[in-house]
Write a protein that binds this ligand. Structure first.
Ligand code: ZN
Length: 119
């Protein structure tokens, strides 16, 4: 996994242990990862998760309407389709953008719903 200096764009094999760029000498905590394949595979993974969430929401809506449910919790679940749809389009956009790819942050590997896992 190659890294990318956020200051000068130098691409060493990996992040220097000192976090100091051998090219421009700038110290940074914000080293980017420069690996399109790993970035694209994490994007494809998120894409699948988002599609799965959207399918679940559709099934949920059909079930709620069919059974005329008034369960607030299940109605609230439908709200998940909003971030899932936004994320879906962002992922598609990212996957098309190989030409503009300029490295990514390690946190880009986390999907939007990773924040919910804390609950
Ligand atoms: Zn540098």
């Amino acid at each position: 996994m190659t890294a990318l200096c956020p200051n000068c764009g130098h691409i060493p094999i990996r992040v220097p242990p000192t976090h100091k760029c051998p090219e421009c000498g700038v110290f940074s905590h914000e080293w980017m990862i420069y690996d399109w394949e790993s970035y694209a595979s994490s994007r494809r993974q998120h894409l699948k998760c988002n599609i799965l969430i959207i399918i679940m929401v559709v099934i949920n809506i059909v079930a709620l309407v069919t059974f005329e449910s008034s369960n607030v919790f299940f109605w609230m679940l439908n709200v998940l389709s909003i971030p899932a749809t936004i994320s879906l389009f962002l992922c598609l956009n990212d996957l098309r953008g190989q030409a503009e790819y300029e490295g990514h942050h390690s946190r880009a590997a986390l999907p939007w719903f990773a924040g919910f896992s804390g609950f």
